[in-house]
Every structure is written in structure tokens, then in C-alpha cells.
Design a binder for this molecule. Structure first.
Ligand SMILES: [Mg+2]
Length: 283
């Protein structure tokens, strides 16, 4: 058994001073790279949130490295940029990072040239194709589930059988519902739950709040956590995942989370702002 030694006090008056501790607070000026959520931060129901167009323009004009993140895997960045432009927000397509792109990067790292059975729209199939995956229902390495508006019972049945047969199960994002004018829509998380119930297998889920989404985004723009900030409107996804990825976190109150909600969480954002309009003054 190891001998227990009582700690001794170093009586030397010339003991070296402790190394200076790292300054924890980072302000807008210290931030080199920005990640931001989209819904509730930049847009709300197809309208830009005041300050958002100016913020994006400021980042573009000052050559800031930034990415706009979305868990939605339906659209390609080009399609999404076009949709945003028509609703009054101009974001270059190379500055959009979707859970579909993050999923494609993840699989490419794990198994280059993997065979994938995919349930999803162009946003996902294009990302997987461009990352060198083979899309097939014959002996796939992975079943990848993304967002779609036309879930097919046949496709879900195929996915279930392939997973039971040994294919690995990945979902682009955990969101159970998505918004529409008529009311909520079942989203990737809800269909994943159906497949899990039938197979007994949980997916590995890439989108927020998995910090993997942020890691792949930061790699994409060569960002480092000490000098990167994450802006979001949700404590339970944007802020917790930003914190876990070691980022400076900025909560804006223009979306889901309201001021009174913040204290109910066991973690805090580094900054709370009414909206991105307030951020403009700090840049
Ligand atoms: Mg949001």
C-alpha cells in the first residue's frame, strides 16, 4: 500500500510566483472568428431581425471569418443563401454551415468513401456526395437520417432493416419538430425516435447541441476556440454547446430564451444582449 505523506510547506521566501492566470473575459474586440445560430438570431419567420443584415455586412466588409450555423439539413448552402436573400438577408453561401455538411465531414473523417443509405433532401445528399460517399441501399456502412418533408414509409422500413442488419445509425440533428405556417412539423428527431423504437438502436446525432457541429465549423474556417464566439438564442443548445466547445458565448434575447429563463439553467452565457443590434456597437 502506498505510504501517505503529509504535505510539507516550502518555507523558502524566494518561491517562484504562480504563473499569471489566463484572462477569462473576452470582449467583441478579442474575437477573431464568429459562429452564429440563424433562427431567432438573424431571422425570425422569414424576416431579418433588426441589426442582422448590418452585422453580416460588417463581418464581410472587415473580412471576418464567420459561419452561420443551422441544424436544418434540408437545404444546400446555395439554396439557403438564395432563400435568405429573398427574405432580405444576404449571407454568402460559403458562410453557411449546416448539420448536413457537418455530418458529411464527420463520416469522411471516420470512414472515407463510406457506403451510405440516406433519408434526406438535396442538402444532405449533395453534402454526402461531395464528401466522396457512395449512396446506396446495398450493404451500406451507415444509415444517415436527415430532415425531409416527404418521409416515406418504404424508406423508413429500408432504414430499419439495414440498421438491424448492422449498418451504423447517424442523424443530422436532434430536433423533434420544425416550424411551419400551419403549425409544427415532425422533424429528424421524431423520425429517429421511430427508427430507434423499431431497432433498439440510438443514432449518433451530429447537430447542436453536439459540440461536434462547432468543431467541424471551426475547422472549416481555421478558427480556434480561445478567439471564437458563438451567438445563439437558446440556452439548451447554442449556449451549452458553445460553452462545451470552449467558446465565448453570447445569448441574444430575440428568439426562444428570455431573460427570466437564464437563471433556471446551471450554466451561464458570457454575454447577454437584447439582439445582434447591440453587438454592432462592440465590433
Ligand atoms: Mg435559434
Amino acid at each position: 500500500m502506498a505510504e501517505i505523506v503529509a504535505p510539507t510547506t516550502d518555507a523558502s521566501p524566494a518561491a517562484p510566483a504562480p504563473a499569471p492566470t489566463k484572462v477569462a473575459y473576452r470582449s467583441g474586440q478579442d474575437i477573431e472568428c464568429w459562429l452564429t445560430d440563424m433562427d431567432g438570431v438573424l431571422v425570425h419567420e422569414n424576416h431579418p431581425i433588426p441589426g442582422a443584415p448590418e452585422l453580416i455586412q460588417r463581418w464581410v466588409d472587415t473580412s471576418r471569418r464567420f459561419l452561420v450555423l443551422t441544424n436544418n439539413s434540408i437545404f444546400t448552402p446555395r439554396d439557403l443563401a438564395a432563400r435568405l436573400r429573398s427574405s432580405g438577408l444576404s449571407i454568402p453561401e460559403e458562410n453557411i454551415w449546416t448539420s448536413a455538411l457537418a455530418t458529411a465531414v464527420f463520416i469522411k473523417d471516420q470512414m472515407p468513401g463510406a457506403r451510405v443509405y440516406c433519408i434526406g433532401e438535396a442538402g444532405l445528399t449533395t453534402a454526402l456526395h461531395e464528401a466522396g460517399m457512395i449512396l446506396t441501399d446495398q450493404d451500406p456502412d451507415y444509415v444517415v437520417l436527415g430532415e425531409t418533408r416527404t418521409y416515406s414509409f418504404n424508406a423508413i422500413t429500408t432504414a430499419i432493416r439495414l440498421i438491424v442488419g448492422g449498418a451504423r445509425f447517424i442523424a443530422t440533428n436532434p430536433d423533434a419538430t420544425g416550424p411551419s405556417k400551419e403549425g409544427v412539423l415532425p422533424a429528424t428527431g421524431a423520425i429517429a425516435a421511430l427508427i430507434t423504437k423499431a431497432t433498439g438502436r440510438e443514432p449518433y446525432t451530429i447537430g447542436k447541441p453536439n459540440p461536434m457541429m462547432f468543431r467541424s465549423a471551426m475547422n472549416q474556417i481555421d478558427a480556434h476556440s480561445e478567439t471564437t464566439a458563438m451567438i445563439g438564442d437558446r440556452m439548451d443548445t447554442d449556449i451549452v454547446a458553445g460553452m462545451e466547445a470552449g467558446l465565448h458565448t453570447v445569448l441574444v434575447l430575440s428568439g426562444i430564451t428570455q431573460q427570466d429563463d437564464i437563471a433556471t439553467y446551471p450554466f451561464r452565457p458570457n454575454q447577454v444582449l437584447n439582439s445582434v443590434q447591440d453587438l454592432l456597437k462592440q465590433l
